[in-house]
Design a protein around this ligand. Structure first.
Ligand code: FMN
Length: 206
């Protein structure tokens, strides 16, 4: 039985294009995995705290030296990592906010990217510990970036792929919706993205 961890982060609850595309993806995923389970974590509805000094100290304290305080400071990270590890696949749907992901998603990543748990280091450098997982990314932005001088300012897609890769998670599918601020093109663009989601499930079936 496959598990999909779905992370929503748009601050808009209704009228959100990223949530709509994630709903579409989830439906297709359920059709392809009839006994699958979707775990939803809504990072906008349930905001996570930023990591603090004692969280970082806890991250770098060997288990045998953890105090009740450092255990408490890392308890949320433990919970989120357990949830992430329990999933086979991850769906992240993320709007572009000021050229990057919303800060609620960054706060989540700061809690789960953790030495000894999701990545490690040896004489050859860093390596990921979640190599058996794959991710699907749905990115949404108000403007047009691809193929324009703005493309180099889109830090969201390269950041998400890099940080997932740091944990060993491969990006299996990347779906990008642009131009949501232009009501004349948004529905057509969304149709194209939904088609490419359909195509990716057809490929998986083959
Ligand atoms: C705080 C904020 C910052 C934004 N920054 C950008 C940006 O840098 N570039 C861009 O193209 N669109 C930007 N937008 C527009 C959103 O990416 C766009 O409205 C998108 O559709 C939001 O996702 P949603 O429809 O799922 O809520 C921003 C929107 C907000 C609310």
């Amino acid at each position: 039985m496959k598990k999909l961890l779905r992370l929503d982060c748009s601050s808009r609850i209704s009228g959100s294009h990223s949530r709509e595309l994630a709903d579409y993806f989830e439906k297709k995923w359920m059709a392809a995995n009839s006994d699958g389970i979707v775990i939803r974590r809504d990072l906008a509805k349930q905001q996570l705290p930023h990591i603090q000094n004692n969280t970082i100290e806890g991250f770098y304290t060997p288990v045998e030296h953890m105090t009740p305080e450092s255990k408490k400071a890392t308890a949320l990270s433990d919970e989120l990592i357990t949830e992430l590890k329990s999933a086979n696949e991850i769906l992240i749907n993320s709007p572009l906010y000021n050229l990057n992901t919303p800060s609620n998603l960054k706060a989540y990543l700061d809690q789960v990217v953790r030495i000894g748990h999701t990545f490690n280091i040896n004489e050859n450098g860093y390596y990921g510990l979640l190599e058996n997982k794959m991710a699907y990314l749905i990115t949404v932005k108000g403007g047009a970036y691809k193929g324009t001088p703005m493309e180099k300012y889109d830090f969201q897609k390269p950041y998400l792929q890099a940080i997932l890769g740091h944990m060993g998670i491969k990006t299996q599918g990347l779906f990008s919706l642009e131009g949501t601020s232009d009501s004349k093109i948004v529905e057509q663009n969304k149709h194209v993205v939904k088609n490419s989601i359909d195509q990716s499930f057809k490929k998986i079936k083959q």
